[in-house]
Design a binder for this molecule. Structure first.
Ligand code: HEC
Length: 116
């Protein structure tokens, strides 16, 4: 008598558990905000929400660009801001930035990283 009842409970629980896992992973993966290659867009959509908690220097244009290897004007390949986001190394502990956001960072640096 007991065995079929337990079996039915398991059969009901397994799909519920599976769907709750799938639900959480899909809701956090489409987190794409920045589409324009401007400093203000990158600051608002990427740096402030995803980086500043660990990198307080990224909160100002000067802190991000002056005398650092984070941004090498006109050369995204030499810029840490681009290389570590493109590789997925940053944001640490978070999911990789989406392709549009990475392209915005690359485009802005290759446009000589203006304060716009
Ligand atoms: C949870 C904390 C944390 C977050 C969030 C974070 N970082 Fe970092 N980041 C670190 C630490 C710690 C280092 C020190 C160097 C290392 O271990 O790679 C680092 C190093 C870096 C470096 C230098 C890497 C090198 O090889 O010189 C860059 C560039 C960088 N982070 C960019 C970013 C960007 C851009 C974001 C947001 C998209 C971000 N980080 C989010 C913790 C963080």
């Amino acid at each position: 008598m007991k065995t079929p009842a337990l079996l039915i409970i398991f059969l009901i629980l397994i799909p519920i558990l599976l769907s709750s896992c799938l639900g959480t992973s899909s809701s956090s993966s489409t987190d794409c905000a920045s589409t324009s290659n401007s400093y203000s867009s990158i600051q608002t959509n990427i740096l402030t929400p995803k980086c500043i908690s660990c990198h307080s220097t990224f909160s100002t244009y000067a802190g991000l660009t002056a005398g650092s290897s984070y941004v090498v004007s006109g050369n995204s390949a030499q810029s840490g801001l681009y290389t570590v986001t493109n590789s997925g190394q940053m944001p640490r502990g978070g999911s990789k930035l989406c392709a549009t956001d990475i392209a915005a960072i690359k485009g802005w640096i290759d446009d000589k990283a203006p304060n716009n």
